[in-house]
Write a new protein. Sequence first.
Length: 172
Amino acid sequence: MGGYTWSNSFATPRLGADFTYASGDHDPNDNKRQTFDLLFGALHKFYGMMDVTGLRNTISPSVNATVQPTKRLSIRADFFAYWLADGNDLSYSEAGKGRTLNGYGIKPDNNNFFGTEVDCVINYVATASISLQAGYSHFFPGDYVKQSVDSVPANGGRKDANYFYLMSTFRF
């Protein structure tokens, strides 16, 4: 994880890059589960706002850019790419459950490229007590998903996905 901030430039631009690796089970015949197991989930910062994949059997490089045009407003964009670390293991959701439905499963003959995600998050600090956040994300399926899944019923039969949210924080 690293980056550089141009602190003397307008909007204080920052570029960053991260790399995440979480092992998969390299020997599915030994009756031992050796996939990396994250103790706590929901680390959007490291693997995307959509939680399409979790920190299990994953290789994920990412880049990000942030600008802060005013003291109260910041805009951040992230780009994540996902590969399965081991094709002899499942792909995992953020919750940790291995995917086995809708055509998913252990697919060692498939390409391990799972897909990419683009996130954009806008933060606005309205007052010392109130802040607002809006975010949009899109998941682009990779070869692993395209080769494994006929369609995802929860996505209306599509393999890609969109995510939008609004959030407010009240401090008292």
